[in-house]
Design a protein around this ligand. Sequence first.
Ligand SMILES: Cc1cccc(C(=O)NCC2(NC(=O)c3cccc4nocc34)CCCC2)c1
Length: 247
Amino acid sequence: MRIDVVSLFPDFVRQSAAIGVVGRAQQRELLQVETWNPRDFATDNYRTVDGRPFGGGPGMVMLIDPLRAALAAIREAAPEPVHVIYLSPQGARLTQKKVEALAGMPRIALICGRYEGVDERLIEHEVDEELSIGDYVLSGGELGAAVIIDAVGRLQEGALNDAQSAQQDSFSDGLLDCPHYTRPVHHDVWGGVPEVLLSGDHAAIRRWRRKQSLGRTWLRRPDLLTQRALDDESRALLDEFRREYTR
Ligand SMILES: Cc1cccc(C(=O)NCC2(NC(=O)c3cccc4nocc34)CCCC2)c1
């Protein structure tokens, strides 16, 4: 999969995609991330990329033409069609379901806003969808691009090892993770590790972890539970957790 990113801060995007799982996916050519700076497509001597907003008011708006020229260069760089995403607080909230859809595409382009954003006509004529990583104020869309690159990159076939795949699967079935513990078995200040994890009874451990995931999801993110049906075993485990919890 190829991801092209349009950003005034290409180094940030490139460096964040060069580490860890995504960095290795790039080295193994499971993923290709290219960055494009609109400033390189500005035609005036000052390499202008922003303009004053019509209607007045504070701040600047990113100009259409440098962005449009960068997108044209992106399209020309490879034959496959490009799905163009503008990272924006006005976008639909990014979900794992959306990430999985994007991960199956041959190419996506990510446009990162700065200043007050981009000229609306660029969005109307060049953008296929707007996506948001959350409801808070950011300085630019680059963190959104980094999130998409990571979430989509790790889903490329062969990118994850078994441990990482297991972690991926646990959230992918829509639940929060269970608690994790490591040595020491007894900590002088914080006590011990749940006995079942030391028992070697792998069926009981699996059951305990599933019950913890269900219980923590119920306690902390009940909204995630309404989005998915639970099979009989999970329903029984959650009921058991809830009975113990309210005791
Ligand atoms: C709730 C709210 C209301 C109004 C403005 C803003 C705001 O933060 N405006 C600033 C910009 N924000 C983002 O790009 C951005 C922000 C948040 C999530 C995102 N997911 O992708 C890109 C995202 C837009 C132009 C430059 C940065 C936020």
